[in-house]
Design a protein around this ligand. Structure first.
Ligand code: HEM
Length: 428
Protein backbone atom coordinates (compact mmCIF):
# COMPACT_ATOMS: atom_id res chain seq x y z
CA UNK A 1 0.00 0.00 0.00
CA UNK A 2 2.66 2.44 0.93
CA UNK A 3 4.95 3.54 -1.65
CA UNK A 4 8.46 4.48 -0.90
CA UNK A 5 9.12 8.14 -0.28
CA UNK A 6 12.37 9.92 -1.03
CA UNK A 7 14.47 11.39 1.75
CA UNK A 8 14.44 14.81 0.13
CA UNK A 9 11.89 16.14 2.61
CA UNK A 10 13.86 14.88 5.59
CA UNK A 11 16.75 17.26 5.06
CA UNK A 12 17.11 20.11 7.54
CA UNK A 13 16.40 20.37 11.25
CA UNK A 14 13.22 21.52 12.90
CA UNK A 15 13.10 25.28 12.50
CA UNK A 16 14.34 27.30 15.41
CA UNK A 17 13.69 30.97 15.92
CA UNK A 18 11.31 31.21 12.98
CA UNK A 19 7.65 30.55 12.39
CA UNK A 20 6.66 27.23 10.94
CA UNK A 21 5.75 26.98 7.24
CA UNK A 22 2.85 24.86 5.91
CA UNK A 23 5.38 22.76 3.94
CA UNK A 24 6.90 21.64 7.26
CA UNK A 25 4.23 18.91 7.32
CA UNK A 26 6.44 17.26 4.68
CA UNK A 27 9.58 17.45 6.81
CA UNK A 28 9.87 13.92 8.18
CA UNK A 29 12.20 15.02 10.97
CA UNK A 30 9.76 17.62 12.29
CA UNK A 31 6.87 15.20 11.87
CA UNK A 32 8.88 12.34 13.34
CA UNK A 33 9.29 13.93 16.76
CA UNK A 34 6.15 14.43 18.84
CA UNK A 35 7.31 17.76 20.33
CA UNK A 36 8.05 19.46 17.01
CA UNK A 37 5.05 17.86 15.30
CA UNK A 38 2.56 19.13 17.90
CA UNK A 39 4.23 22.57 17.93
CA UNK A 40 3.79 22.70 14.15
CA UNK A 41 0.13 21.69 14.39
CA UNK A 42 -0.56 24.24 17.16
CA UNK A 43 0.90 26.88 14.87
CA UNK A 44 -1.09 25.78 11.80
CA UNK A 45 -4.37 25.38 13.73
CA UNK A 46 -4.06 28.94 14.94
CA UNK A 47 -2.52 30.73 11.94
CA UNK A 48 -3.30 28.71 8.82
CA UNK A 49 -5.90 25.97 9.47
CA UNK A 50 -6.63 25.52 5.75
CA UNK A 51 -3.07 25.88 4.46
CA UNK A 52 -1.92 25.65 0.86
CA UNK A 53 1.22 23.52 0.72
CA UNK A 54 3.71 23.95 -2.11
CA UNK A 55 6.92 21.90 -2.14
CA UNK A 56 9.29 21.13 -5.03
CA UNK A 57 9.14 17.37 -4.40
CA UNK A 58 5.35 17.02 -4.04
CA UNK A 59 2.26 18.01 -5.99
CA UNK A 60 0.46 20.87 -4.18
CA UNK A 61 -2.33 20.17 -1.68
CA UNK A 62 -4.40 21.72 1.10
CA UNK A 63 -3.55 20.88 4.69
CA UNK A 64 -6.26 20.79 7.41
CA UNK A 65 -5.42 20.95 11.11
CA UNK A 66 -8.75 21.70 12.84
CA UNK A 67 -10.89 18.87 14.21
CA UNK A 68 -14.22 20.01 12.72
CA UNK A 69 -12.83 20.37 9.20
CA UNK A 70 -11.04 17.01 9.30
CA UNK A 71 -14.12 15.20 10.59
CA UNK A 72 -16.35 16.85 7.99
CA UNK A 73 -14.15 16.09 4.97
CA UNK A 74 -13.45 12.56 6.28
CA UNK A 75 -17.16 11.80 6.62
CA UNK A 76 -18.33 13.02 3.18
CA UNK A 77 -16.89 10.14 1.19
CA UNK A 78 -18.84 10.77 -2.01
CA UNK A 79 -17.79 14.43 -2.25
CA UNK A 80 -14.19 13.86 -1.08
CA UNK A 81 -12.68 10.77 -2.68
CA UNK A 82 -9.93 8.49 -1.42
CA UNK A 83 -8.70 7.83 -4.96
CA UNK A 84 -6.78 9.08 -6.88
CA UNK A 85 -4.40 10.52 -4.25
CA UNK A 86 -4.61 8.68 -0.92
CA UNK A 87 -1.42 9.63 0.88
CA UNK A 88 1.38 12.12 0.29
CA UNK A 89 4.11 10.62 -1.88
CA UNK A 90 6.94 12.50 -3.61
CA UNK A 91 6.14 13.19 -7.26
CA UNK A 92 9.13 11.23 -8.58
CA UNK A 93 7.98 8.08 -6.82
CA UNK A 94 4.38 8.67 -7.88
CA UNK A 95 5.63 8.66 -11.47
CA UNK A 96 7.51 5.38 -10.90
CA UNK A 97 4.35 3.83 -9.43
CA UNK A 98 2.27 5.11 -12.34
CA UNK A 99 4.60 3.43 -14.77
CA UNK A 100 4.73 0.15 -12.86
CA UNK A 101 1.11 -0.17 -11.61
CA UNK A 102 -0.89 2.27 -13.75
CA UNK A 103 -1.84 4.53 -10.78
CA UNK A 104 0.11 7.06 -8.71
CA UNK A 105 -1.00 5.21 -5.54
CA UNK A 106 0.69 1.99 -6.61
CA UNK A 107 -1.41 -0.85 -5.26
CA UNK A 108 -5.14 -0.40 -4.91
CA UNK A 109 -6.03 -1.46 -1.36
CA UNK A 110 -9.15 -0.65 0.71
CA UNK A 111 -7.82 2.78 1.69
CA UNK A 112 -7.39 3.71 -1.99
CA UNK A 113 -10.92 2.77 -3.11
CA UNK A 114 -14.22 4.59 -3.39
CA UNK A 115 -17.80 3.45 -3.68
CA UNK A 116 -19.02 1.05 -5.07
CA UNK A 117 -15.88 -1.14 -5.08
CA UNK A 118 -14.82 -0.05 -1.59
CA UNK A 119 -18.03 -1.27 0.08
CA UNK A 120 -17.95 -4.61 -1.72
CA UNK A 121 -14.31 -5.23 -0.81
CA UNK A 122 -14.75 -4.15 2.81
CA UNK A 123 -17.66 -6.57 3.15
CA UNK A 124 -15.31 -9.50 2.43
CA UNK A 125 -13.67 -9.26 5.87
CA UNK A 126 -16.24 -7.15 7.77
CA UNK A 127 -17.48 -10.04 9.94
CA UNK A 128 -13.94 -10.80 11.13
CA UNK A 129 -13.45 -7.33 12.56
CA UNK A 130 -16.87 -6.68 14.18
CA UNK A 131 -16.73 -6.00 17.95
CA UNK A 132 -18.21 -9.42 18.82
CA UNK A 133 -15.69 -11.27 16.63
CA UNK A 134 -12.81 -9.31 18.16
CA UNK A 135 -14.12 -9.84 21.70
CA UNK A 136 -13.95 -13.59 21.03
CA UNK A 137 -10.17 -13.17 20.61
CA UNK A 138 -9.76 -11.66 24.10
CA UNK A 139 -8.46 -14.87 25.73
CA UNK A 140 -5.84 -15.33 22.98
CA UNK A 141 -4.75 -11.67 23.15
CA UNK A 142 -4.52 -11.92 26.96
CA UNK A 143 -2.40 -15.07 26.72
CA UNK A 144 -0.03 -13.39 24.25
CA UNK A 145 0.15 -10.31 26.49
CA UNK A 146 1.25 -12.56 29.33
CA UNK A 147 3.81 -14.24 27.09
CA UNK A 148 5.33 -10.86 26.13
CA UNK A 149 5.37 -9.50 29.68
CA UNK A 150 7.04 -12.76 30.82
CA UNK A 151 9.58 -12.27 28.06
CA UNK A 152 10.23 -8.75 29.36
CA UNK A 153 10.82 -10.11 32.83
CA UNK A 154 13.30 -12.66 31.49
CA UNK A 155 15.13 -9.94 29.57
CA UNK A 156 15.21 -7.66 32.61
CA UNK A 157 16.35 -5.44 34.11
CA UNK A 158 16.87 -3.65 30.77
CA UNK A 159 15.41 -3.87 27.27
CA UNK A 160 14.49 -1.72 24.33
CA UNK A 161 10.75 -1.58 24.94
CA UNK A 162 9.97 -0.67 21.31
CA UNK A 163 12.27 -3.11 19.50
CA UNK A 164 11.90 -6.03 21.89
CA UNK A 165 8.22 -5.77 22.81
CA UNK A 166 6.01 -3.16 21.13
CA UNK A 167 7.05 -4.02 17.57
CA UNK A 168 6.55 -7.75 18.00
CA UNK A 169 3.36 -8.18 20.04
CA UNK A 170 0.81 -6.77 17.51
CA UNK A 171 2.69 -8.49 14.69
CA UNK A 172 2.24 -11.86 16.39
CA UNK A 173 -1.50 -11.20 16.73
CA UNK A 174 -2.22 -10.08 13.16
CA UNK A 175 -0.19 -12.97 11.75
CA UNK A 176 -2.16 -15.36 13.92
CA UNK A 177 -5.46 -13.92 12.61
CA UNK A 178 -4.21 -14.18 9.04
CA UNK A 179 -3.07 -17.73 9.78
CA UNK A 180 0.62 -17.18 8.99
CA UNK A 181 3.36 -19.04 10.88
CA UNK A 182 5.69 -17.46 13.44
CA UNK A 183 8.55 -17.91 10.98
CA UNK A 184 6.90 -15.23 8.82
CA UNK A 185 7.39 -12.62 11.55
CA UNK A 186 10.84 -11.41 10.60
CA UNK A 187 9.95 -11.11 6.90
CA UNK A 188 6.73 -9.22 7.67
CA UNK A 189 8.43 -6.91 10.18
CA UNK A 190 11.19 -6.05 7.75
CA UNK A 191 8.88 -5.43 4.80
CA UNK A 192 6.47 -3.28 6.85
CA UNK A 193 9.29 -1.21 8.33
CA UNK A 194 10.82 -0.70 4.90
CA UNK A 195 7.42 0.44 3.66
CA UNK A 196 6.36 2.75 6.51
CA UNK A 197 9.92 3.81 7.39
CA UNK A 198 10.87 4.67 3.85
CA UNK A 199 11.82 8.24 4.81
CA UNK A 200 14.05 7.08 7.63
CA UNK A 201 17.62 6.32 6.56
CA UNK A 202 17.96 3.67 9.28
CA UNK A 203 14.84 1.74 8.13
CA UNK A 204 14.65 2.26 4.35
CA UNK A 205 15.91 -0.51 2.07
CA UNK A 206 18.07 1.81 -0.04
CA UNK A 207 17.76 5.39 -1.17
CA UNK A 208 16.37 4.69 -4.63
CA UNK A 209 12.93 4.61 -6.20
CA UNK A 210 13.37 1.02 -7.39
CA UNK A 211 13.91 -0.16 -3.80
CA UNK A 212 10.37 1.03 -3.00
CA UNK A 213 8.95 -0.98 -5.89
CA UNK A 214 11.01 -4.00 -4.78
CA UNK A 215 9.41 -3.85 -1.31
CA UNK A 216 5.92 -3.98 -2.86
CA UNK A 217 6.97 -6.81 -5.19
CA UNK A 218 8.37 -8.82 -2.26
CA UNK A 219 5.14 -8.37 -0.32
CA UNK A 220 3.13 -9.47 -3.37
CA UNK A 221 5.34 -12.50 -4.02
CA UNK A 222 5.05 -13.70 -0.42
CA UNK A 223 1.27 -13.37 -0.31
CA UNK A 224 0.76 -14.97 -3.75
CA UNK A 225 2.27 -18.17 -2.36
CA UNK A 226 -0.03 -18.03 0.68
CA UNK A 227 -3.06 -17.52 -1.60
CA UNK A 228 -2.16 -20.55 -3.70
CA UNK A 229 -1.71 -22.65 -0.58
CA UNK A 230 -5.06 -21.65 0.96
CA UNK A 231 -6.94 -22.34 -2.25
CA UNK A 232 -5.70 -25.93 -2.03
CA UNK A 233 -5.69 -26.27 1.77
CA UNK A 234 -8.45 -24.12 3.29
CA UNK A 235 -8.27 -23.44 7.04
CA UNK A 236 -10.14 -21.35 9.59
CA UNK A 237 -8.13 -18.18 9.04
CA UNK A 238 -8.34 -14.82 7.29
CA UNK A 239 -5.89 -15.96 4.60
CA UNK A 240 -8.41 -18.61 3.53
CA UNK A 241 -11.22 -16.02 3.43
CA UNK A 242 -9.13 -13.76 1.18
CA UNK A 243 -7.84 -16.59 -1.02
CA UNK A 244 -11.38 -17.85 -1.75
CA UNK A 245 -13.30 -14.56 -1.69
CA UNK A 246 -15.84 -13.69 -4.34
CA UNK A 247 -16.93 -10.20 -5.36
CA UNK A 248 -20.06 -9.81 -7.53
CA UNK A 249 -20.17 -13.58 -7.86
CA UNK A 250 -16.66 -13.76 -9.37
CA UNK A 251 -13.43 -14.87 -7.64
CA UNK A 252 -11.52 -11.82 -6.35
CA UNK A 253 -8.68 -11.04 -8.76
CA UNK A 254 -5.13 -11.88 -7.73
CA UNK A 255 -3.91 -8.30 -7.49
CA UNK A 256 -6.86 -7.34 -5.25
CA UNK A 257 -6.14 -10.37 -3.07
CA UNK A 258 -2.45 -9.52 -2.67
CA UNK A 259 -3.32 -5.87 -1.95
CA UNK A 260 -5.84 -6.94 0.69
CA UNK A 261 -3.17 -9.03 2.41
CA UNK A 262 -0.73 -6.15 2.33
CA UNK A 263 -3.13 -3.62 3.88
CA UNK A 264 -4.25 -6.07 6.59
CA UNK A 265 -0.79 -7.28 7.52
CA UNK A 266 0.87 -3.86 7.43
CA UNK A 267 -1.92 -1.63 8.86
CA UNK A 268 -2.57 -4.36 11.39
CA UNK A 269 0.70 -4.12 13.25
CA UNK A 270 2.83 -1.00 12.75
CA UNK A 271 0.06 1.32 13.92
CA UNK A 272 -0.70 -0.70 17.03
CA UNK A 273 3.01 -1.10 17.81
CA UNK A 274 3.32 2.68 17.67
CA UNK A 275 0.36 3.01 20.05
CA UNK A 276 1.90 0.59 22.56
CA UNK A 277 5.40 2.12 22.36
CA UNK A 278 4.11 5.69 22.52
CA UNK A 279 1.57 4.67 25.16
CA UNK A 280 4.29 3.30 27.44
CA UNK A 281 6.23 6.53 27.08
CA UNK A 282 3.09 8.56 27.83
CA UNK A 283 2.29 6.49 30.93
CA UNK A 284 5.85 6.92 32.26
CA UNK A 285 5.47 10.65 31.75
CA UNK A 286 2.05 10.67 33.48
CA UNK A 287 2.62 8.46 36.54
CA UNK A 288 -0.78 9.45 37.98
CA UNK A 289 -2.46 7.89 34.93
CA UNK A 290 -0.28 4.79 35.12
CA UNK A 291 -1.34 4.41 38.71
CA UNK A 292 -5.00 5.05 37.85
CA UNK A 293 -5.07 2.28 35.21
CA UNK A 294 -3.28 -0.10 37.55
CA UNK A 295 -5.94 0.54 40.21
CA UNK A 296 -8.87 0.60 37.77
CA UNK A 297 -8.24 -2.09 35.14
CA UNK A 298 -11.89 -1.81 34.14
CA UNK A 299 -10.97 1.42 32.29
CA UNK A 300 -10.01 -1.16 29.64
CA UNK A 301 -11.02 -0.01 26.11
CA UNK A 302 -11.69 3.57 27.23
CA UNK A 303 -8.10 3.94 28.47
CA UNK A 304 -6.73 2.20 25.38
CA UNK A 305 -8.53 4.69 23.14
CA UNK A 306 -7.09 7.63 25.06
CA UNK A 307 -3.62 6.13 24.53
CA UNK A 308 -4.43 5.87 20.81
CA UNK A 309 -5.65 9.50 20.72
CA UNK A 310 -2.43 10.53 22.43
CA UNK A 311 -0.18 8.73 19.95
CA UNK A 312 -2.33 9.12 16.77
CA UNK A 313 0.04 6.86 14.79
CA UNK A 314 -1.57 7.53 11.39
CA UNK A 315 -0.50 11.09 10.71
CA UNK A 316 -2.56 11.78 7.60
CA UNK A 317 -4.81 10.61 4.78
CA UNK A 318 -5.61 12.58 1.62
CA UNK A 319 -8.98 13.21 -0.04
CA UNK A 320 -9.74 14.73 -3.45
CA UNK A 321 -12.60 17.25 -3.81
CA UNK A 322 -15.22 16.49 -6.47
CA UNK A 323 -16.66 20.02 -6.38
CA UNK A 324 -15.62 23.54 -5.40
CA UNK A 325 -16.01 24.60 -1.78
CA UNK A 326 -15.06 27.46 0.48
CA UNK A 327 -13.49 26.53 3.79
CA UNK A 328 -12.55 29.18 6.37
CA UNK A 329 -12.30 31.75 3.57
CA UNK A 330 -10.05 29.62 1.32
CA UNK A 331 -11.31 28.55 -2.10
CA UNK A 332 -10.81 24.82 -2.69
CA UNK A 333 -11.45 23.71 -6.30
CA UNK A 334 -12.82 20.43 -7.69
CA UNK A 335 -9.83 18.14 -8.21
CA UNK A 336 -7.76 19.70 -5.39
CA UNK A 337 -6.21 17.35 -2.81
CA UNK A 338 -6.77 17.82 0.93
CA UNK A 339 -4.57 16.27 3.65
CA UNK A 340 -6.31 15.44 6.95
CA UNK A 341 -3.83 15.54 9.86
CA UNK A 342 -5.27 13.30 12.59
CA UNK A 343 -2.79 14.17 15.38
CA UNK A 344 -3.69 17.85 14.85
CA UNK A 345 -7.42 17.07 15.17
CA UNK A 346 -6.80 15.02 18.31
CA UNK A 347 -5.11 17.91 20.13
CA UNK A 348 -7.60 20.61 19.05
CA UNK A 349 -8.36 22.66 22.19
CA UNK A 350 -11.78 23.64 20.80
CA UNK A 351 -12.84 20.00 21.16
CA UNK A 352 -10.61 18.44 23.85
CA UNK A 353 -10.28 20.03 27.26
CA UNK A 354 -6.58 20.15 28.16
CA UNK A 355 -5.69 18.30 24.93
CA UNK A 356 -2.04 17.91 25.96
CA UNK A 357 -2.95 16.03 29.10
CA UNK A 358 -3.25 12.24 29.04
CA UNK A 359 -6.60 11.53 30.70
CA UNK A 360 -7.60 7.87 30.66
CA UNK A 361 -11.12 8.78 31.74
CA UNK A 362 -11.71 10.95 28.68
CA UNK A 363 -14.71 10.20 26.44
CA UNK A 364 -13.22 7.75 23.91
CA UNK A 365 -15.79 8.44 21.18
CA UNK A 366 -14.61 11.89 20.14
CA UNK A 367 -11.10 11.19 18.90
CA UNK A 368 -10.24 10.74 15.22
CA UNK A 369 -7.13 8.52 15.35
CA UNK A 370 -9.04 5.80 13.45
CA UNK A 371 -10.34 8.30 10.89
CA UNK A 372 -14.03 8.91 10.30
CA UNK A 373 -16.60 7.99 7.64
CA UNK A 374 -16.77 4.89 5.48
CA UNK A 375 -12.99 4.23 5.63
CA UNK A 376 -12.89 4.34 9.43
CA UNK A 377 -10.32 1.81 10.58
CA UNK A 378 -11.46 -1.75 10.00
CA UNK A 379 -9.17 -3.00 12.78
CA UNK A 380 -10.07 -0.41 15.41
CA UNK A 381 -11.65 -2.88 17.88
CA UNK A 382 -8.69 -5.21 17.54
CA UNK A 383 -6.22 -2.36 18.08
CA UNK A 384 -8.02 -1.17 21.23
CA UNK A 385 -8.22 -4.73 22.59
CA UNK A 386 -4.48 -5.27 22.04
CA UNK A 387 -3.48 -2.01 23.72
CA UNK A 388 -5.80 -2.66 26.64
CA UNK A 389 -4.85 -6.32 27.21
CA UNK A 390 -1.15 -5.53 27.04
CA UNK A 391 -1.21 -2.73 29.64
CA UNK A 392 -3.66 -4.59 31.87
CA UNK A 393 -1.13 -7.42 32.03
CA UNK A 394 1.93 -5.20 32.39
CA UNK A 395 0.88 -2.47 34.83
CA UNK A 396 -0.02 -4.58 37.89
CA UNK A 397 3.33 -6.41 37.55
CA UNK A 398 5.44 -3.32 36.89
CA UNK A 399 7.23 -2.15 40.03
CA UNK A 400 9.30 0.55 38.37
CA UNK A 401 10.53 1.70 34.96
CA UNK A 402 12.83 4.51 33.82
CA UNK A 403 14.23 5.62 30.47
CA UNK A 404 17.93 4.82 30.11
CA UNK A 405 18.38 6.86 26.92
CA UNK A 406 16.38 9.39 24.96
CA UNK A 407 13.62 7.60 22.95
CA UNK A 408 14.14 7.84 19.18
CA UNK A 409 11.41 8.60 16.64
CA UNK A 410 10.95 7.25 13.12
CA UNK A 411 11.30 9.98 10.50
CA UNK A 412 7.91 9.62 8.85
CA UNK A 413 4.96 11.67 7.64
CA UNK A 414 2.47 8.81 7.17
CA UNK A 415 2.65 6.24 9.99
CA UNK A 416 4.82 7.59 12.78
CA UNK A 417 6.00 6.41 16.16
CA UNK A 418 9.03 5.43 18.18
CA UNK A 419 11.78 3.25 16.78
CA UNK A 420 13.67 2.79 20.02
CA UNK A 421 13.01 3.31 23.75
CA UNK A 422 15.65 1.81 26.06
CA UNK A 423 14.32 1.31 29.61
CA UNK A 424 15.35 -0.14 32.96
CA UNK A 425 12.64 -1.80 35.02
CA UNK A 426 11.60 -4.25 37.71
CA UNK A 427 8.72 -6.66 37.10
CA UNK A 428 6.89 -9.26 39.17
C1 HEM B 1 -3.79 2.10 16.87
C2 HEM B 1 -3.90 1.38 15.80
C3 HEM B 1 -4.54 1.85 14.49
C4 HEM B 1 -4.74 3.11 14.01
C5 HEM B 1 -4.41 4.44 14.68
C6 HEM B 1 -5.36 2.97 12.71
C7 HEM B 1 -5.76 4.04 11.92
C8 HEM B 1 -6.45 3.93 10.73
C9 HEM B 1 -6.98 5.04 9.98
C10 HEM B 1 -6.83 6.51 10.33
C11 HEM B 1 -7.64 4.53 8.91
C12 HEM B 1 -8.51 5.31 7.95
C13 HEM B 1 -8.04 5.50 6.57
C14 HEM B 1 -8.90 6.50 5.80
O1 HEM B 1 -9.72 7.22 6.35
O2 HEM B 1 -8.73 6.57 4.59
C15 HEM B 1 -7.49 3.09 8.96
C16 HEM B 1 -7.97 2.20 8.03
C17 HEM B 1 -7.72 0.85 8.07
N1 HEM B 1 -7.16 0.12 9.10
FE1 HEM B 1 -6.42 0.86 10.78
N2 HEM B 1 -5.49 1.64 12.42
C18 HEM B 1 -5.02 0.93 13.49
C19 HEM B 1 -4.99 -0.46 13.62
C20 HEM B 1 -5.43 -1.35 12.67
C21 HEM B 1 -5.45 -2.77 12.84
C22 HEM B 1 -5.02 -3.56 14.09
C23 HEM B 1 -5.89 -3.29 11.68
C24 HEM B 1 -6.07 -4.77 11.46
C25 HEM B 1 -6.35 -5.34 10.39
C26 HEM B 1 -6.18 -2.18 10.78
C27 HEM B 1 -6.66 -2.27 9.48
C28 HEM B 1 -7.12 -1.21 8.73
C29 HEM B 1 -7.70 -1.35 7.41
C30 HEM B 1 -7.85 -2.65 6.65
C31 HEM B 1 -8.08 -0.06 6.99
C32 HEM B 1 -8.72 0.34 5.67
C33 HEM B 1 -10.21 0.51 5.88
C34 HEM B 1 -10.91 1.11 4.69
O3 HEM B 1 -10.32 1.89 3.94
O4 HEM B 1 -12.09 0.79 4.53
N3 HEM B 1 -5.90 -1.01 11.43
N4 HEM B 1 -6.78 2.75 10.09
Amino acid sequence: MTPRQSTAATAGSPPEGRDFQPADVLNARIMGDERSMYALFDYLREHDPVARVEHPDYRPFWSLSRYDDIKRIGSENDRFLSAPRTILIPTAFEEALLERFGTRNGLETLIHMDRPKHLKMRKVTREWFLPRSIESLRAEVQALSREFVDKMREMGPECDFVRDIALLFPLRIILSILGLPREAESTMLKLTQEMFGSQDPSLQRADSQTAGLDVLNDFGAYFSEVIEDRKKNPRDDLATVLANAEVDGEPMNVLDQASYFIITASAGHDTTSAAIGGGMKALLEHPDQLDLWRKQPELDIQAAKEIIRWVSPVRHMVRTATEDLELRGRQIRAGDNIALWYPAANRDPEVFEHPNRLDLRRDPKTQLAFGYGSHMCLGQHLAALEVSCFFRELLPRLKEMQFTAEPEWIHAIFVGGLKSMPVRYALD
